[in-house]
Design a protein around this ligand. Structure first.
Ligand SMILES: Cc1ncc(COP(=O)(O)O)c(C=O)c1O
Length: 412
């Protein structure tokens, strides 16, 4: 571990932040939701390593909540970005990089005949829903209960400021449950515009669940029969489990529209909607844009990132190292008399403890892991990157050994 010089006292910085920023830190890092002492502010990141403002180093299993999968500050990507910045980033219109990126995506993702670029995952999921409604001229959209698709009124998990009208045309089903899905379809009647599905069930606080083949094929068939758009939300999982859409690997099913963000440009701000030919006219009719959406350097970052993910066949590497972590954690938990529930793809691990309804064990373990220099999350899925090599996993397991020992000693 190489600690750095402290640049701030984190409590003081948080106190200052709370005076001038709602909640101090908002959204998924809202301090009200975090365990006390979880670092909020960081000064540097490199590969899989992160340094907080006090200078303490961590092996980071959040990867910026999934925004990188090559590791922080990946030289090849940063070089492409710097090169583009020299020419210019935000211009009056897009650079040729936009066309190059769209061509790369059409050649990479099976269902993709066109691409549309934005900035955030919420932009991408919202554009998919708007495109579905424009194409079908229908209103109802089906989504899984509590599945996260972003922070706009139609999908935010927090009701403050949201009106019933914002969600008047949303109908909810249970992920992987055909009967509940059919009930939602019935409720939509002849007004079904689209169905949005997560790449896999990756809701906070609970076990993750891979889609079943029967469920996925049923969703596909209903969309084919009714003309509704099948929308796959790849924002979190995109390119982490497959070089195609994740449903190509999990269940062999292709969507009509897919929404992508996070790892696709290794930390640079861009998202995209990919679509099949059938929805191209509708996508050309909707109005969706943003001040920075044509910025060229995130597009340069995305091109380099995607080519590098392909060159390294990264989904395979992440799965292999993720399995090494999963097996190592299971063995260590057993050694100290604990039972873990590790679910979902090994590249996007969720770590919960068995019989831990109030998350006492999970919270204690993750707090100990932080002390031992590893940033784990007690109730949100985590992420591996190319920088989480076997050596790093070995170091992580050493920290886990000490953390389980401390837990046992404390009688938690
Ligand atoms: C599956 C999924 N969809 C959509 C979003 C929204 O993305 P963003 O926060 O970039 O708007 C997220 C963000 O975590 C996500 O995980």
């Amino acid at each position: 571990m190489t600690n750095l010089n402290p640049i701030y006292n984190s409590e003081e910085l948080l106190a200052r932040a709370k005076k001038v920023i709602p909640n101090g830190v908002y959204g998924h890092q809202n301090v009200a939701m975090m365990n006390p002492g979880v670092p909020q502010f960081f000064q540097k990141a490199e590969g899989c390593r992160l340094w907080d403002v006090t200078g303490k180093e961590y092996i980071d299993y959040l990867c910026g909540y999934g925004t990188n999968m090559l590791g922080y500050n990946y030289p090849l990507v940063e070089e492409a970005v710097n090169q583009q910045r020299k020419d210019c980033d935000c211009m009056t219109g897009p650079s040729p990089k936009m066309v190059e990126l769209a061509e790369l995506l059409v050649n990479t993702v099976t269902h993709c005949d066109w691409a549309f670029f934005a900035k955030n995952g919420t932009d991408a999921t919202t554009i998919c829903v708007t495109t579905a409604r424009a194409a079908t001229r229908k209103k109802k959209v089906l989504a899984a209960k509590v599945a996260y698709h972003g922070a706009d009124p139609w999908c935010t998990p927090i009701p403050a400021g949201v009106t019933p009208e914002d969600r008047a045309h949303m109908i909810y089903y249970k992920y992987n449950d055909i009967a509940s899905f059919d009930k939602a379809v019935e409720q939509a009647g002849d007004d079904l515009a689209g169905v949005i599905v997560s790449a896999f069930k990756h809701d906070v606080f609970m076990d993750q669940e891979i889609p079943t083949r029967e469920f996925a094929q049923h969703v596909r068939k209903v969309c084919d029969d009714t003309g509704a758009a099948m929308i796959l939300d790849e924002v979190r999982a995109g390119f982490r489990v497959s070089l195609d859409v994740s449903w190509a690997k999990f269940v062999g099913v292709q969507p009509d529209l897919s929404a992508w963000c996070k790892a696709i440009a290794n930390g640079h701000p861009i998202s995209f909607v990919l679509g099949c030919e059938k929805f191209k006219t509708a996508a050309s009719q909707i109005y969706s844009t943003g001040s920075y959406w044509f910025a060229a350097s995130p597009m340069a970052a995305a091109i380099t990132t995607i080519k590098e993910i392909q060159r390294l066949n990264l989904p395979v590497m992440l799965e292999k190292n993720g399995m090494m972590l999963r097996q190592g954690l299971d063995e260590l938990a057993g050694k100290y008399g604990y039972e873990l529930k590790q679910t979902g793809p090994a590249a996007i691990p969720m770590l919960l403890f068995n019989k831990d309804a109030i998350r006492k064990k999970g919270n204690f373990f993750c707090t100990e892991m932080l002390k031992n220099g590893v940033y784990f999350h007690p109730w949100h899925n985590m992420f591996l990157s190319a920088a989480h090599t076997e050596d790093v996993i070995v170091q992580t397991l050493q920290a886990a050994d000490e953390s389980f020992a401390a837990m046992q000693k404390a009688g938690v």
